[in-house]
Write a protein that binds this ligand. Structure first.
Ligand code: HEC
Length: 178
């Protein structure tokens, strides 16, 4: 028991530090919720995962990707699109391509607190991974098109990437309850 408590208090310190730095409003997590989330994951796996930190980072990565997609469409609508800006956004999305599936460890669904990630993700992990795999491919393909610098080619490559976002959201993302 003392080992578990020792572990939990270390995590609590890390979480508190992250909250102070990030200043987001999800910071008000009770010790009880935090310990429960940590214990759930710690009991299931050899490597302890700080679930709240994973969920917060996931949210931030998605916000960045949302902004990047918006930046790309804004440029493509502009009279003379800024290719370098598009390339920067494409690089960010492609960097997250191989990472996305790691943002969903067991225990980071609705049971762990406020999230739009549906429980169905963990119930149908095979389907979730399959869309995640397509996202990885399309984010790389779009990145290559962006590197090429040809606006027509970039424009042509965007819908396939956008479709992987929306296909996954339709099935695995719940409504925004802000
Ligand atoms: C394999 C599934 C999947 C793919 C692919 C995917 N998303 Fe999401 N997205 C989710 C899930 C699940 C959530 C909810 C996460 C949460 O609330 O913890 C989400 C949340 C978001 C959010 C809201 C931020 C938040 O956490 O509330 C934005 C913005 C977003 N995604 C943008 C994108 C964009 C842009 C793409 C494509 C470039 C994309 N996503 C690809 C599953 C996916």
């Amino acid at each position: 028991m003392s080992r578990i408590f020792g572990f939990v208090s270390v995590v609590a310190i890390v979480v508190t530090a992250a909250c102070n730095g990030g200043g987001d409003n999800n910071a008000a997590v009770s010790n009880e919720q935090r310990n429960e989330a940590v214990a759930n994951v710690a009991s299931g796996q050899g490597t302890p995962v700080d679930v709240k930190a994973v969920m917060r980072a996931r949210h931030e990565h998605y916000e960045e990707m949302g902004k990047a997609m918006k930046g790309i469409t804004t440029q493509l609508k502009a009279g003379s699109p800024d290719v370098a800006a598009i390339q920067g956004h494409a690089a960010l999305i492609a960097r997250y391509g191989p990472q996305l599936l790691t943002w969903f460890p067991e225990g980071s669904g609705p049971e762990a607190g406020k999230t739009r990630a549906k429980a169905e993700i963990w119930q149908d992990m095979e389907a979730f991974r399959s869309i995640g795999g397509r996202f990885e491919q399309e984010s790389a393909a779009f990145h290559r098109a962006a590197q090429g610098g040809d606006i027509a080619a970039i424009r042509a490559a965007l819908p396939a990437l956008g479709k992987t976002c929306s296909d996954c959201h339709k099935r695995f993302r719940g409504p925004d309850e802000h």
